[in-house]
Design a protein around this ligand. Structure first.
Ligand SMILES: [Zn+2]
Length: 93
């Protein structure tokens, strides 16, 4: 599959230790309003030290279903209940 995001493959994004180290599923994605930063999280609450920085391509390689969110505008989040559920996008806040 072609890389679906507008950003370069090596764009730094935020994820969490559960996804990088414990094989958790991505259930919460944020495209931040202020700085355009993408966050791909497992849906749990996190402390600062559980954050990890990876490339956008690493996330895409890990879970190609994030390609559905490639055009999600800044200021939006997407959530789903499980890996086989559909993403639900909404405006943040
Ligand atoms: Zn997590």
């Amino acid at each position: 599959m072609k890389f679906p995001f507008n950003e370069p493959e090596n764009t730094a994004v935020i994820t969490c230790c559960h996804i990088t180290e414990s094989d958790a599923t991505i259930l919460y994605v944020s495209h931040d309003e202020e700085d355009g930063m993408w966050q791909f999280l497992c849906g749990r609450a996190h402390s600062q030290e559980q954050a990890r920085v990876v490339s956008l391509n690493e996330i895409f390689t890990l879970d190609a279903t994030v390609s559905k969110l490639a055009n999600m505008p800044c200021g939006y989040i997407a959530e789903r209940k499980s890996k086989i559920s559909k993403w639900k996008m909404k405006r943040k806040g």
